[in-house]
Design a protein around this ligand. Structure first.
Ligand SMILES: [Zn+2]
Length: 63
């Protein structure tokens, strides 16, 4: 029997995957954590992403 674990918090997820609306994550919170990793460039897909440069709070227009 396959033991499924949440990739974020590594919690065991017994039962059917249909019991988890946020599969493969154990909860919505873990799904958000994963999403944050994507947005935070923790993950890199390695493709040509034109939106590659993220300059947060770059409001230094004091020319
Ligand atoms: Zn989790």
């Amino acid at each position: 029997m396959e033991q499924v674990r949440c990739p974020i918090c590594n919690a065991a997820m017994p039962g059917n995957r249909k019991d988890y609306p946020d599969y493969p994550f154990c909860s919505r919170r873990c799904r958000m954590v994963d999403l944050g990793r994507w947005l935070g460039e923790d993950y890199r897909v390695g493709g040509g992403n034109p939106d590659d440069r993220s300059t947060p709070a770059d409001a230094d227009d004091s020319r």
